[in-house]
Design a protein. Structure first.
Length: 342
């Protein structure tokens, strides 16, 4: 079956809407919940294996679309499954940070081997290291941002839309299909995850979405040839989770703990602590990401110097806001390894 991008995205939306309540019922039956705790914002147990529905819907819709040209689907699916299964095992059993990081780096290596790479000309080793680092950062940034109802599903839909509307020359056939399918899957899941959430993504879902966002960035570099003015594009689209991740890493290094140890100093935590509702926090994150998508599209048409100036000013503004909220202040939470909701 050959489907256009938006048609494939429609299939992904329908599958996500159908599969998510099925997974929720299974979680209820077997009591697979994310329970309240010191690093949680919810007050009652919530099913937390929504990632299973997300990845299943994404896989089926991509398979049905089948318009991937000369670009094979298997490296993307292999990396996606590796990331999702690792997250699922972490949701169910708990895994060490080292195992999770190795899995993410391996997923990056799979994409690199298949030709989706950070553009470092003339040095395969640096390109491999850069690609693996790129994937691991995006995976963890999305995982860290999945800490309040509806945030990650909504911003990933906006990021996917930013890629989906690009000209055909700016992504491969698989990249275009991936963008539309991620948009559909995220919107479908958001119907159940929007505050008050009925189901959470869990690590299986947040890391899988992070892998998809990283793949779309690498696909953009592959298709565009990565001219200097285009380099900031994937970073700008995902600037909100990336800046939040950067400050989380700084805080945890200051505390001399693993970067995967959780705290309650993320931007959404601080806004909730100021009395904002979960809906207001989610809608604010959506609005910021939509603005970033618009700025990224503007930057793509500028000269390299102007694009990097816009990039620096935008990221700098996000950093100033984060610091003013208190993202660099160290909390008194008892350290524990981040799970699905960090």
């Amino acid at each position: 079956m050959n489907l256009t991008g938006w048609q494939s995205g429609g299939v992904a939306l329908a599958l996500s809407l159908l599969l998510t309540p099925v997974v929720k019922r299974l979680c209820d039956k077997f009591r697979l919940y994310d329970f309240p705790g010191p690093l949680k914002v919810h007050a009652k147990p919530i099913p937390h294996l929504g990632g299973v529905a997300v990845v299943a819907a994404l896989t089926v819709s991509l398979g049905l679309g089948s318009r991937h040209g000369v670009f094979p689907l298997w490296p993307f699916l292999l990396g996606l499954f590796l990331t999702c299964v690792t997250g699922l095992l972490d949701d169910l059993l708990g895994l060490s940070p080292e195992v999770r990081i190795v899995s993410q780096l391996a997923a990056g290596a799979i994409l690199w081997h298949a030709g989706w790479r950070i553009p470092i000309a003339g040095n395969a080793l640096l390109s491999l290291a850069g690609t693996c680092f790129f994937v691991a950062v995006f995976v963890n940034a999305c995982n860290f941002l999945d800490g309040a109802d509806g945030i990650l599903a909504g911003i990933s839909a906006a990021i996917a839309a930013g890629y989906a509307v690009l000209p055909v020359s700016q992504h491969t056939d698989l990249g275009a299909a991936g963008a539309w399918n991620l948009l559909g899957v995220a919107c479908g899941f958001l119907a159940y995850n929007y505050p008050p959430a009925k189901i959470f993504l869990g690590d299986s879902g947040s890391t899988a979405i992070g892998f998809c966002v990283a793949f779309l960035g690498l696909d953009f570099y592959r298709a565009s040839g990565a001219p200097p003015s285009s380099l900031p594009f994937p970073i700008l689209l995902a600037a909100l989770p990336l800046v939040d991740f950067a400050f989380a890493v700084i805080r945890r290094l200051q505390s001399r703990v693993s970067i995967l140890f959780g705290d309650r100093r993320h931007g959404y935590d601080l806004l909730l602590g100021r009395g904002w509702s979960t809906k207001r926090v989610a809608l604010t994150c959506y609005a910021i990401t939509i603005a970033l998508v618009i700025l990224a599209e503007i930057a793509r048409h500028l000269s390299p110097l102007a694009a990097f100036i816009l990039f620096a000013l935008t990221v700098g503004l996000l950093a100033v806001v984060a610091v003013s909220l208190g993202c660099l202040q160290l909390g008194d939470e008892k350290p524990r390894v981040d799970q699905a909701r960090t």
